[in-house]
Ligand binder design. Structure first.
Ligand SMILES: [Zn+2]
Length: 420
């Protein structure tokens, strides 16, 4: 197993939520950084997520071409080839922050491409896509999320949404450091009411809790990871008292019901509400109740034959306790205890970009300073090919970045837990 199938990805995310760990999601902008990511995950014996940003996708297509779809598909093709040589780990491919102005030229065409792949019996090229609606009002954010979630179901992909706005600067885009840094439990309830909790399609949610992109010295912003716990508790309570007419489900269980729920969303939701209120959270019976409400008991039984049956009951219980699979952005400079607390509240994906960028470039800088007389042609000399061959500094840079990824896997608890 190398690039995740959609079912395998669901299992990965369930395993993380159930096991209380998270996957590093590593931004890559080249085949060098992609190979470094694979090297790092393999060394850590961790599954993981590899992602391209809006700027990275354009850059990957060639700086004079600047076509985000071309760059994304090219990187993914390369990844599918090389990842096949890491049989002991699974990686999912993801597209990072897509703001509203890029949807039509990037994520929507990719989703159409993947819907076509699925229609032809293939796996989608990417396994998930992020819609970043943090710059539009919450209602509009969720309107667009609803539409994209429907497309994601057809594309066999998982959607990532952002609620609130991560501050700071990333990829040339900057956001204010203001009250949108902190989303609220009420936002969480609204998201669950509008998007369901898996029965209308699978999504991960980046609720902000003081996150800022980029490198900051400690103390500039106040991370409040406890807010993620408050959001999870409030939504779980809202499920129990019927304000949220859905039952949180394990990701692997949701693939089966999602298609039928999309066809008749309103009907499905009403039916689920009736059952959901009466059945106990985390009883394990809740899952059956939901699926029978959606009329897909048979489908679930079938899915057991297709999917390994590892920990499905536990995964459903974890989902009841932590209804959202959460994403942590802007974690550079966070203290290990802050990261651990966020992960304990259901973070399953943590984006890592700034720190791996630095690890890569730091090694290049070290090489250049150490071997400057070889990489440069000084005083009529000819330099030394073995020092300016891009592979010589490239290998050092990749190994340095891979080591930083191993560290991320250890901190997030995914090291040594690659699914067999
Ligand atoms: Zn981010």
């Amino acid at each position: 197993m190398t690039i995740a199938t959609h079912e395998r990805y669901a299992q990965m995310l369930d395993a993380a939520r159930r096991g209380g760990y998270a996957y590093p999601a590593i931004n890559v902008t080249s085949t060098q950084t992609l190979n470094a990511a694979l090297q790092g995950f393999a060394e850590a014996e961790s599954d993981g997520i590899i992602q391209v940003s809006v700027g990275g996708a354009a850059y990957l297509s060639g700086q004079s071409v600047k076509d985000r779809v071309v760059g994304s598909l090219a990187l993914a093709s390369f990844a599918h080839e090389v990842a096949a040589h890491y049989p002991n780990i699974t990686v999912a491919l993801h597209t990072d922050h897509c703001a509203k102005q890029y949807l039509d030229e990037w994520v929507r065409p990719l989703l159409r491409h993947e819907i076509d792949e699925v229609a032809h019996g293939q796996e989608p090229t990417f396994q998930s896509h992020m819609w970043d609606g943090s710059t539009v009002p919450l209602d509009e954010n969720l309107d667009i999320a609803e539409e994209l979630l429907e497309q994601s179901v057809k594309a066999h992909t998982i959607l990532e949404i952002e609620i609130g706005a991560v501050g700071g600067e990333e990829d040339g885009h900057s956001a204010e450091i203001d009250e949108k840094l902190y989303s609220t439990p009420a936002d969480g309830v609204k998201v669950a009411q509008r998007l369901g909790l898996g029965e209308r399609g699978l999504y991960m949610a980046a609720f902000t809790f003081g996150n800022v992109h980029g490198a900051y010295k400690p103390g500039i912003v106040q991370l409040r990871p406890g807010l993620l716990g408050d959001i999870q508790h409030e939504v779980a309570a809202a499920v129990r008292d019927g304000r949220v007419p859905s039952m949180p489900r394990a990701f692997a269980d949701s693939w089966q019901g999602a298609g039928s729920a999309v066809c008749g969303g309103a009907v499905g939701v009403g039916a689920v509400a009736g059952v959901g209120i009466g059945s106990g959270i985390g009883s394990g019976g809740g899952t059956v109740g939901i699926d029978s409400a959606a009329g897909s008991v048979g489908a679930v039984a079938d899915s057991s034959a297709v999917l390994p049956s590892f920990g499905r009951g536990e995964a459903a219980e974890a989902a009841a306790e932590k209804p959202f699979a959460l994403v942590f952005h802007g974690g550079s400079g966070s203290r290990p205890e802050e990261i651990a607390e966020a992960v304990s509240h259901g973070v399953v994906k943590m984006n890592v970009d700034t720190d791996t960028q630095y690890a890569f470039t730091r090694a290049v800088a070290g090489h250049m300073f150490e071997h400057y007389a070889g990489v440069l042609k000084i005083d009529g000399e000819v330099g030394e090919k073995r020092f300016y061959d891009p592979r010589s500094w490239g290998r050092e840079a990749e190994s340095s970045m891979a080591a930083r990824i191993v560290e991320a896997c250890q901190r997030l608890g995914s090291a040594g837990k690659a699914l067999k």
